[in-house]
Design a protein around this ligand. Sequence first.
Ligand code: HEM
Length: 411
Amino acid sequence: MATLAPQPDTVYAPDPLDVSRPELYRDDTWHSPFRELRAKGGIHYTEVSDFGPYWSIANYKSIVHVESLPELYSSEAAGITIADLKEGDVRMPMFIAMDRPKHTGQRRTVAPAFTPSEMVRLSANIRARTAEVLDALPVGEGFDWVDTVSIELTTQMLAILFDFPWADRRKLTFWSDWAGDIEIAKDPVKKQERLAHLWECAAYFSQLWNAKVGKEPSPDLISMMIHSDAMSEMDQQEFLGNLILLIVGGNDTTRNSMSAYAYGLDRFPDERGKLENDPGLIANATQEIIRWQTPLAHMRRTATADAEIDGHRIRAGDKLALWYVSANRDESVFADADSIRVDRANARRHLAFGHGIHRCVGARLAELQIGILLEEMAKRRLRVNVTGEPTRVAACFVHGYKSLPVELSRY
Ligand code: HEM
């Protein structure tokens, strides 16, 4: 298909398969257009959208194909979200938006923070903090699960990872919320405001950085970055970019998986019952909840040369949105994909962490934190009952919840 620029005088009918529209996520109505997209083969070109023309890659097999060819489908050429960088925008280099070889060196620097032995080291602290939060929750009284549990636990997890000043930890949430909202790209005033907050974030982290320079290495991420060859010489924008990557990468995603645990199991009470009767299912249920939620709806790639995917002609420069949210509902891989099945045999095959060289470096930490939450809930025989509709994030990138009214009971 030709990828001509839209003509200014032509009136274009809205594309019903334009899955970048924020209201689809705000109203939770994305299922049907994606089902249609997959039924049509899973590859579709949207000529006109708020984010310009783009290809939707919406089936499992094609996303794996694209992510297996990182030279042909670049993360660096134009970034990793469907929102294009505009002229004059400040670019924040981060390794998720770099190609090889630079990506390899920078990823290698932070990877030691997420090894299995590091997870064992962090787990006692994360478990103790999780227990503290759960023990303070009211039983039989309404509260907002998102703020009280999902945001609090995720923020604590990141504060532990960065050795971030405990009393200021909610700043991480604040900066992450500003950084991860791609709808801001449409509003120049908010874009300026965002930039101001992100520089404030950089200044704060610069202080933490300076306090650790010349000191003995410690196992937190900032110290690891200081003592690595690939990252110690970063300029300020690169430093900021990579910090924001780690904060946003870990924040909205883990938070929204925890909210999906509460919301999703309430929608599938038989599955909740299975899990309550057999805590041995927790590790698998963690994967299944992440699949079902898919906290990042998409990642973007840009073609570096003409190519073909499943008979569709892609041109150099074309934008591709890889819709994980759809691949994880692909019935050719996941039977009864719209349902949570805590004992689903292939739950681990989900694409919520991506695939290939950029596959989420923090996946183990997210699994650890979510698994601990489920274990500590089970120990206390606590059940989450949803008491009203959630409000959802209105955007096609971060896929999640702003609030979720709940009440706890014991089983
Ligand atoms: C990359 C999802 C938790 C840090 C990614 C990617 C996805 C993702 C989809 C891009 C993969 C690709 O392009 O193929 C998630 C989900 C999480 C989660 C669903 C939770 C359930 C975390 C945590 C951290 C983190 C806890 C760190 C604190 C990163 C980083 C990258 C990344 C640094 C870039 C990796 C690279 O480019 O090599 N994540 N993430 N993520 N994530 Fe996560």
